[in-house]
Ligand binder design. Structure first.
Ligand SMILES: [Zn+2]
Length: 213
């Protein structure tokens, strides 16, 4: 009885261990070369030092060694990005195997994408919402009528503006608005108000669209 019990326990343990191994390797956490499990390092295997394979869902904040938050340190982001790109740049792997070259290329474009996303506040906000399971599509986003009318007014005043001075005035008003929305967005994320964040991001998009025309 005791034996069967411990056997059963052993079997269970093996299954769990196997499942864990499969999970870790699917997460890109098992080294493709030395097979060691390494959950510490992002880019290089701690055992053999080889560039590890990227997983399907790498977290952009983790990739760029930043805390997952909206109000990031922009300078730190640039610093980390440059440092990481210098470590994984495909040129560094020119003498390595085809597989390593391919991995380096993959990492490099992934890190670029992460950097582009996190460096722009709207994109960073949208990404944080996606991590939280909230998606923003252009179609199903609703903004209140009042705001839309306001935006139409701004659009109109851009159209009827007669001088560079007029346009400048509109632009500076817009940038004040955008600034305000940005600080609102920081507050929303600070208190985990995802609905508020979503609404503010949509508004920001409207405003920056006008600003860019
Ligand atoms: Zn290794």
């Amino acid at each position: 009885m005791l034996r069967t019990h411990s056997q059963r326990g052993m079997l269970k343990w093996c299954t769990i261990a196997k499942l864990q191994l499969r999970y870790l390797s699917s997460m890109g956490k098992q080294c493709w070369k030395c097979k060691s499990l390494d959950v510490q390092n992002t880019f290089f295997c701690a055992s053999c030092g080889v560039l590890r394979e990227s997983a399907e869902n790498e977290n952009y904040f983790e990739l760029l060694k930043l805390r997952k938050e909206f109000n990031i340190d922009a300078l730190q982001l640039v610093k980390n990005y440059r440092h990481i790109q210098s470590m994984i740049h495909p040129d560094k792997f020119a003498q390595k195997s085809e597989h390593e070259k391919a991995i380096a290329l993959e990492w490099s474009s992934l890190v670029n994408k992460a950097y582009k996303t996190l460096s722009k506040s709207i994109e960073r906000g949208k990404y944080l919402l996606t991590l939280d399971g909230v998606s923003i599509s252009e179609k199903n986003t609703s903004v209140d009528k009042e705001f839309l009318l306001e935006m139409m007014d701004v659009n109109e005043s851009v159209e009827v503006a007669e001088s560079a001075e007029d346009l400048e005035k509109i632009a500076s008003e817009l940038s004040v608005h955008i600034e305000l929305l940005n600080s609102k967005l920081i507050q929303h994320f600070e208190v985990n108000d995802m609905d508020g964040a979503k609404e503010t991001i949509v508004r920001l998009k409207y405003m920056t669209n006008i600003e860019n025309t």
